[in-house]
Design a protein around this ligand. Structure first.
Ligand SMILES: Nc1nc2c(c(=O)[nH]1)N[C@H]1C(S)=C(S)[C@@H](COP(=O)(O)O)O[C@H]1N2
Ligand SMILES: [Mo]
Length: 412
């Protein structure tokens, strides 16, 4: 045997917890969990209307990887709240499982010789992509959710390309290992130790049983779940989201008392530009350019919609009661009986989300509004006064605040 003081020696690893059963249970949990993360992640990307590039999407050449993109529906109206809530909450809750799984197989990282054969070399390279890809996806995801877009503009391509690399390696790994993992969790624990076995050849005395260790991991996941899930609600429940970022403005109470992403001050909105005197909505389409004051809008038919805001960061609000002019009525004003895509631009001059493109199916939905009121009162400055877009089932980022301009028709 080689020197047991070096991690390249199996004898260096002493934990009696390591073994095929422990690794297999964690692996099977990740098989289910990461598959859900991958699907909800792809769906989240589709929901962002990346087809309406270059407005919504700067991902260069998503090309083949975008093969599955589809027109994101507007119903059920809570769809994105569900898919993105699951994506982020599950992703956070799986962190202890991922770390435990990596810990359980870490002796393999150091195993020598680095490659016994070409097949073994390829397997180790695929494991590098698997582990590297997994750590990369979890890290970029958590940073984006917790640290308020630390990658300006570049999170999408990073997380999207990373997801495909990671999931390809993940599928190969799952195909190779799942049959053995299923056998391992059903028993067969007492085989003699073999070459390359995860069990330590000279284990320390146990301080916790393998089941106990699993409970610890599961408890960690539940703790994260319990301190994260509240970010998908308003009011007192939201205060249980100890781990959700509470930066920015506290929404306070009243009609505007729900989560605020960027405040008017942060977005550099000058109150002088949003008053009734100064503000005009510029609508462009077939009929040329129409300029509407708030009073003009209030003379149009007003409609209501109870819709949540659901952010890509995983937080969402309960349904809020919005009231305003239907986007399709504004499209009609611009000369379209069948509403086309629209480019929405904000008064905001700088920052990532000052404009967004909506698809025709979103413009046509009777619940899609240019909202002037929320919960019975005028929009608050932080929620987009004097007017904001609200679209059923759309990611929050498409619900542009402080709207100044709507351009219907060809977006290129
Ligand atoms: N002009 C503008 N509109 C915007 C944003 C922004 O930064 N600027 N943020 C978007 C994002 S990412 C979200 S999640 C929602 C949040 O809306 P709320 O602050 O009213 O909850 O507004 C969207 N509309
Ligand atoms: Mo957002």
């Amino acid at each position: 045997m080689s020197d047991q003081r070096l991690p390249t020696s199996p004898g260096f690893w002493r934990s009696p917890l390591r073994g095929p059963w422990f690794t297999s249970v964690l692996g099977l949990v990740l098989l289910a969990g990461i598959t859900v993360l991958f699907v909800t992640g792809l769906v989240s990307y589709a929901a962002y209307n990346p087809g309406l590039s270059p407005v919504n999407d700067q991902t260069p050449g998503k090309g083949l990887l975008g093969f599955y993109l589809f027109t994101w529906p507007t119903r059920p109206y809570w769809l994105y709240r569900l898919t993105q809530g699951v994506h982020v909450t599950l992703g956070i809750a799986l962190i202890p499982v991922l770390l435990a799984k990596l810990w359980s197989v870490v002796p393999r990282l150091f195993a020598l010789p680095p490659a016994r054969s070409l097949a073994h070399a390829l397997e180790r390279i695929s494991l590098l992509l698997l582990v590297g890809g997994g750590l990369f996806e979890f890290t970029t995801g958590v940073l984006n959710v917790q640290l308020d877009y630390v990658f300006p503009g570049s999170f999408y391509p990073l997380h999207f390309y990373g997801a495909w690399v990671f999931f390809a390696a993940f599928l190969a790994h799952a195909a190779l290992k799942t049959p053995a993992a299923l056998r391992n969790v059903r028993g067969l624990r007492e085989r003699p130790r073999a070459e390359g076995d995860l069990r330590s050849p000279r284990p320390d005395p146990p301080t916790v049983s393998r089941r106990g260790a699993l409970w610890l991991v599961g408890g960690g996941s539940l703790l994260l779940l319990g301190t994260t899930a509240g970010r998908d609600f308003d009011g007192p429940l939201r205060r249980t989201a100890l781990l959700a970022p509470h930066g920015g403005a506290e929404p306070g109470g009243g009609p505007g008392g729900f989560q605020i992403n960027k405040t008017a001050a942060y977005a550099g909105i000058d109150p002088a530009e949003t008053g009734d005197e100064a503000w005009r909505l510029v609508v462009t389409g077939r009929t040329g350019i129409v300029r509407l004051s708030r009073a003009d809008l209030l003379r149009m038919p007003l409609n209501s919609a109870a819709l949540p805001i659901a952010c890509v960061e995983g937080w969402s609000t309960s349904d809020q009661w919005w009231r305003g002019v239907r986007l399709r009525d504004l499209a009609a004003l611009a000369g379209y009986d069948d509403a086309p895509d629209v480019l929405v631009e904000s008064l905001q001059r700088h920052g990532a989300f000052r404009r967004a493109a909506l698809r025709a199916n979103q413009v046509r939905d009777p619940l899609s509004l240019l909202a002037l009121y929320v919960n019975g009162e005028e929009l608050t400055p932080d929620h987009g006064h004097p007017a904001r877009v609200i679209v059923p089932a759309a990611p929050g980022v498409l619900n542009t605040k402080w709207v100044a301009r709507l351009t219907f028709g060809e977006l290129r």
